[in-house]
Design a protein around this ligand. Structure first.
Ligand code: SF4
Ligand code: SF4
Length: 719
């Protein structure tokens, strides 16, 4: 559970989490095993189509929550179930406490329910003198430790078997062996006795089916079956968004949920309860059964154009499984009750703005969660929108406001970069790095060397080189979008593209009015400034003149392609010009592989080369194989790298806000690079270049970092 007061304190929590070696090893192991299990489970399926289908049925339900609730209530009450609707978490807890009192309940058993975690139900019932016992093994362990879950599906993943053995020894008063099978038997023995004594069972539900008034629960341990059948009273606490129109819709979700959660085709138990069950010891031979639906802000979210998507979540936990930041810091620092990308968001809606404010800043925007989400939620976008909303409520910090003002004024921005170039002279060291960092940066930022601003930006070199890419009858007319880092820091990456396009019938243009893509200010929650900057760029390019807008920066490319239409949307409508611009954006390797077609006969490269896949190239622009093709075509031996698609930790302003996390991600990346034995690591983003090259330089490594453009230019046979 997150209790840091502010960003400063949260950073301290992060530091301490990073020193938890066992947790890091456990999460690392799981993060590596998970994609393999998931891929096997989805083998032979069209995963995208299945996920789209989940999104479709969830959206259909979200649009009719009120009607579905009424229908469910009607159907379930006709079968002897009492249905309630709680507006708040407190109201839900009170309803359940009252049911317990009315039925003379003393002992309560619970099966795993994130909704009950959300309302802090156990604490509430204990205040009424009730004894509450969790029956899911992981939940029981964390209940005994008096802490919250660190994963939505595996709540005790952060604990070692030694810790569990110590805990069980203390609970049972007898020394327990450090043996997982034996520890499971201890839990089973202890919990069996509780099942016999319990008066009330509380469950959650994965589905509430309106057409039948049924609830559906999927589990692996079978405890939910015992909780919902043995005690004489059963209460299901269910988030309103679990309502589905039909049983068929629920089955569509089941086709994805276990596969996405744990790589299982289906969970061990799928339980459907329709109406109150028979009960020999109950007065009228029927169990007392209640379903309590929890609103807690869900109805308002369902009406919000952007946030309604959040209600699609089926709690598979995959957005934590693939999150590189979660993998380092664990669930107690990556959510409040709900964990992972969805946890950052739900903390704002279900718990507090104060808790969410620091959390939502701890997202490196790598897009891994979006790609894996069982219901296709655009989590990174929503995380930024929540941050922007918080800033709108509380006021924007001066530094992000200033950056917004600067980026909106291209002449001022570029003027400042030219001034910085002069000011950096005393700090400049050899090989284009800064000797030591300005005082505003602390020691924590010294994990990588930072590059100096180039002597001459690309825009000042363009007039001298443009004749080389100005054929009389071009096959393709292409505009180059540079982004500010390549223009002012790595102009050689752009010059290399002139080398590789020369003589290929491509007319290349560089519209001078272009500026920074605006991603840094959007990351900082300055949405208005981001919109103004996007407008500047769209207006700088006369779309009708070009077949493609070519970018060598993956961060810019992903943002221009995917976000510009949304950022520039006015009154619910995407301006035609913005959509056309976005549609023409293409990455270098895709342009080379798919449009020009790579010809190995043109290249004579040698040696081993590996590739780091920038997050926004692989996931933002969906370009995954083309860079490998480019490396192979260049004559080099392509050596695949472990976790090629995992973020290097740059994330623009993220690496300045959370340098400790950024450093850890970079260290892993460097270890993976070195393990390949390659002499060159190629990437396709100036941000990744800056991070990886700076890290390798600090470690004294001989491995060279090159952009795809530089590799191809160097390997191209000279005419
Ligand atoms: S975008 Fe990346 S860092 Fe951010 S929450 Fe998603 S997976 Fe984690
Ligand atoms: S947001 Fe998506 S990936 Fe995360 S738990 Fe929900 S459904 Fe699963």
């Amino acid at each position: 559970m997150q209790d840091a007061k502010d960003l400063k304190e949260y950073r301290e929590h992060i530091k301490s989490a990073l020193s938890n070696d066992f947790q890091r090893q456990a999460l690392d192991k799981f993060a590596k095993a998970y994609p393999v299990g998931r891929a096997n489970a989805f083998k032979g399926h069209d995963v995208k189509a299945l996920i789209n289908e989940v999104a479709r049925v969830k959206d259909a339900g979200i649009a009719r929550l009120d009607e579905l609730y009424d229908e469910f209530k009607r159907k379930a009450e006709a079968l002897g179930v009492k249905v309630h609707l709680a507006k708040t978490a407190h109201e839900a807890n009170e309803i359940i406490a009252r049911i317990a009192q009315e039925n003379g309940v003393k002992k309560v058993l619970k099966s795993k329910s994130m909704t009950a975690e959300e309302t802090h139900l156990n604490d509430h019932l204990e205040k009424y003198g009730l004894e509450v016992t969790e029956t899911d093994l992981g939940e029981w362990i964390i209940q005994l430790r008096k802490e919250g879950p660190t994963h939505m599906v595996m709540p005790a993943i952060h604990l070692s078997r030694h810790q569990v053995a110590d805990l069980f020894s203390a609970v049972t008063g007898a020394a327990q062996e450090v043996d997982i099978d034996k520890l499971v038997k201890v839990a089973r023995r202890e919990l069996r006795a509780k099942y016999v004594e319990a008066d009330m069972g509380i469950s959650g539900a994965n589905f509430a089916v309106a057409e039948t008034g049924s609830i559906g629960i999927i589990t692996n341990e079978g405890n939910a079956r015992l909780v919902t059948t043995l005690p004489r009273v059963h209460v299901a606490l269910v988030g309103l968004e679990k309502l589905t129109t039909t049983l068929d819709d629920a089955l569509k979700i089941i086709r994805v949920l276990p596969k996405n959660a744990t790589g299982q085709n289906i969970t061990s138990y799928v339980t459907w309860i329709t109406g109150a069950n028979e009960c020999a010891t109950c007065p009228d031979q029927k169990k007392v059964m209640h379903v309590v639906f929890l609103d807690n802000g869900r109805s308002s979210m369902a009406k919000h154009e952007s946030y309604k998507e959040v209600l699609r979540c089926v709690r598979c936990g995959a957005c934590a499984n693939v999150c590189p930041v979660y993998r380092l810091v664990g669930g107690h620092e990556y959510g409040d009750v709900y964990i992972g990308a969805i946890g950052l968001i739900l903390t704002y809606f279900f718990h507090s703005k104060e808790k969410a404010k620091a959390l939502v800043q701890n997202c490196v925007n790598c897009q891994a969660c979006k790609e894996i989400c069982a219901s296709g939620i655009d989590l990174p976008r929503i995380i930024k929108e929540v941050y922007n909303d918080i800033l709108n409520e509380e006021g924007h910090p001066a530094e992000s406001k200033v950056l917004g003002l600067v980026l909106k004024n291209r002449a001022l921005f570029h003027g400042l970069l030219r001034t910085a170039k002069l000011a950096q002279k005393p700090l400049k060291a050899e090989q284009g790095y800064l000797r030591h960092l300005p005082l505003i940066f602390s020691k924590e930022h010294n994990f990588r060397a930072l590059p100096a601003i180039a002597d001459k930006p690309f825009r000042d070199r363009w007039n001298e080189i443009k004749h080389r890419v100005s054929p009389a009858n071009p096959r393709y007319k292409v505009a180059l979008f540079s982004g500010c880092v390549q223009d002012f820091v790595y102009p050689e990456q752009l010059e290399a593209v002139v080398d590789i396009l020369e003589g290929k019938g491509v007319q290349l243009d560089f519209p001078m009015a272009q500026t920074c893509c605006g991603l840094p200010v959007r990351m900082m929650g300055e949405f208005n400034a981001a919109k103004d900057v996007a407008e500047l760029n769209v207006n700088a390019f006369d779309q009708s003149k070009y077949d493609y807008v070519l970018t060598l920066c993956a961060s810019c490319g992903g943002y221009l392609k995917e976000m510009y239409p949304r950022v520039l949307t006015e009154g619910g409508k995407i301006p035609v010009k913005a959509q056309q611009f976005a549609d023409k954006v293409i990455s270098l390797s895709e342009f080379m592989a798919k449009v020009l077609k790579l010809d190995p006969a043109e290249y004579q490269g040698q040696g081993k080369v590996t590739f780091h896949s920038p997050c926004h190239l692989a996931r933002g622009m969906n370009v995954k194989e083309e860079p490998h093709e480019a490396i192979r075509a260049s004559g080099h031996e392509f050596v695949p790298m472990e976790e090629e698609h995992v973020c290097c930790g740059f994330g623009g302003t993220y690496s300045m806000k959370f340098p400790q996390v950024s450093k850890e991600l970079l260290d892993k990346k460097i270890a993976n690079i070195e393990a390949t034995g390659a002499e060159v690591i190629v990437t396709e983003c100036p941000g990744c270049t800056m991070q990886i090259r700076g890290g390798l330089h600090n470690k004294g490594s001989k491995v060279q970092v090159m952009h795809t453009s530089e590799l191809l230019a160097k390997a191209r046979k000279k005419k």
